[in-house]
Design a protein around this ligand. Structure first.
Ligand SMILES: Cc1ncc(COP(=O)(O)O)c(C=O)c1O
Length: 400
């Protein structure tokens, strides 16, 4: 196959923006101080991590926030704080990334996978069925690739079956449903600040909640020792009194160096969310001109942050999908194919999580079979995003 109309793209899909000078100065200041550990404070003053927690709680419009080692750690901590026991069922979407079933496995619970729709959100019919089979369980709802379900309907189903909802907001920091921030619907929300997320500290995460007892448990679980009063967004001392000696320490704290990068980045967060959406809209507009490619429709009242874009090529079989990826790569566009039977890089295929009991998910399998993913780093301009969209459209026109 040869391409005549579109030039190859030469940008780097793995390249995130560098830290700003302000962030570098903030990190350097921490390193110069020698006080890298969150509890290594001379006085009663708040550490950088604690100040970050206060700032994030305010931005997220949530009462309590814990900064920790990763998004995966936040999810495992949420499940522990809720008292999920070995063998307990935990519902989650079948289309998510491996850290989600991984968090469930880390507390020896049993992932029950729920189908996803063509719009890449949890299937409410299958959720209702599985919720009725496992009443009183936890739903770890992963807003995979930023697609938000109708959260009013999800919460209605959860309430009807006494499910406790934990939101995995690794891809929805800043997204909203019906005006409310993603993460403020369930009991607990978990965020990631790993390199490809909306805040980037290489590794890191947040757990937020409005429940004071869950917040206290999460803080002690994260490894606060008896120093929890030095946190920036925690409930009062009395809340800790009843749980502090009964709650194990499973260290996963954030350090002051990462926190300094994040605290500084928070100043650009809203503007960066806008920049992502501008780029996503440009790429989406070009791709939507292709009559062959199918883009997921946003659920009404949801506002997504477009740090990646997904589309389906429904006419292709498996070898056609593989060829699609290869042709795009020749033109400099890196795609991920979610239907790949061989796990490559980040795994999102439930079949490749062999530690999870195999489950019958025909709807999800049909969606993933021809689903592709493009990362949108902010190092790309709006014009770059149009260029990438044009390449994808051109390959789609020629790939049989
Ligand atoms: C959907 C989803 N949930 C959770 C996580 C976990 O985040 P972390 O890498 O910080 O553990 C990721 C990470 O990429 C993710 O993609």
């Amino acid at each position: 196959m040869s391409y005549t109309t579109v030039e190859a793209f030469t940008g780097d899909f793995t390249l995130q923006e560098p830290l700003t000078e302000d962030a570098i100065n903030a990190v350097t200041e921490v390193m110069r101080s020698g006080r890298l550990h969150r509890y290594n404070q001379a006085s009663d003053g708040l550490s950088v991590v604690s100040r970050l927690e206060a700032a994030y709680a305010l931005w997220q419009q949530q009462n309590y926030c814990l900064a920790c080692a990763s998004g995966g750690y936040a999810m495992a901590t949420a499940l522990r704080a809720l008292g999920v026991a070995p063998g307990d069922p935990v519902l989650t979407n079948a289309f998510t990334l491996a850290p989600v079933p991984g968090a469930i496995e880390s507390v020896n619970a049993k992932p029950i996978l729920v189908e996803v729709t063509e719009d890449l959100v949890i299937d409410l019919i299958d959720l209702t069925l599985k919720a009725s089979q496992h009443p009183g369980s936890v739903l770890l709802l992963s807003h995979m690739r930023g697609h938000l379900a109708d959260m009013h309907n999800v919460m209605q189903i959860a309430d009807a079956h006494n499910l406790t909802v934990v939101e995995d907001c690794a891809h929805t920091m800043g997204a909203r449903f019906d005006g409310e921030r993603s993460g403020n619907f369930g009991k607990i929300a978990c965020f990631s600040t790993q390199t490809y997320k909306h805040l980037n500290s290489g590794e890191g995460g947040f757990l937020t909640t409005c429940d004071k007892e869950l917040a206290a448990r999460a803080v002690v679980l994260s490894g606060s020792y008896m120093l929890y009063e030095r946190h920036g967004a925690v409930p009062s001392r009395e809340v800790f009194d009843s749980i502090r000696l009964q709650t194990p320490n499973c260290s996963g704290r954030m350090d002051n160096v990462r926190a300094a990068m994040l605290l500084s980045q928070m100043q650009q967060l809203d503007e960066n969310l806008r920049r992502w959406n501008e780029r996503h809209a440009a790429m989406r507009e070009v791709i939507s001109a292709s009559s062959r490619l199918v883009l997921p429709n946003p659920v009404e009242s949801s506002v997504r942050i477009g740090s990646s874009l997904q589309f389906r090529a429904p006419w292709l079989d498996a070898s056609g999908c593989q060829a699609f990826v290869e042709h795009c790569l020749v033109l400099g566009v890196e795609l991920k194919w979610f239907g790949n039977p061989t796990p490559v890089a980040f795994t999102s295929q439930h079949g490749s999580w062999t530690y999870v009991e195999p489950q019958d998910l025909p709807k999800t399998d049909a969606v993933l079979a021809t689903l592709f993913d493009v990362r949108i780093p902010l190092t790309f301009s709006v014009e770059d995003c149009r260029h990438i969209g044009a390449i994808i459209g051109e390959v789609a026109a020629r790939c049989e």
